[in-house]
Design a protein around this ligand. Structure first.
Ligand code: AMP
Ligand code: ZN
Length: 114
């Protein structure tokens, strides 16, 4: 399932090239173009769903996203800690409506977030 107008679907299909940092059957990981931390990787399901609410209806794909996010954190040696963020909807500032997990780390992260 993909969406013709979706940037991240084009990364999945290869229509727009992206350097994959990691991949499994259901998800890919690539660097965020506007990094907010020394490590800022996006992990997306290969299936088009708008956000993590929709993704939660697909447990296999959700598990693949989580597996890959954990692997990315390990690959980047984020043993000191990292943050996994799914911005969801306008109030959270979601700007790309293909579900994605931000893996953020490599510096001390503030709480609460802005
Ligand atoms: P959000 O605001 O949670 O929807 O996150 C969308 C993220 O996608 C932002 O952090 C953007 O920097 C990132 N982004 C947008 N376009 C690209 C792109 N072409 N390649 C990599 N990351 C992108
Ligand atoms: Zn999409």
């Amino acid at each position: 399932m993909s969406n013709n107008d979706c940037l991240f679907c084009k990364f999945v299909s290869g229509e727009i090239s992206v350097t994959k940092l990691a991949e499994n059957d259901g998800a890919i990981a690539f660097a965020d173009i506007n990094p907010q931390a020394p490590v800022h990787v996006l992990v997306i399901p290969k299936m088009h769903v708008a956000d993590v609410t929709e993704l939660s209806a697909h447990p296999d794909e959700l598990e693949q996203v989580m597996e890959l996010a954990a692997r990315v954190a390990k690959q980047h040696d984020l043993s000191g800690g990292y943050r996994l963020v799914f911005n969801t909807g306008a109030d959270a500032g979601q700007s790309v409506f293909h579900a994605h997990a931000h893996v953020l780390g490599g510096r001390s992260l503030q709480w609460p977030p802005g």
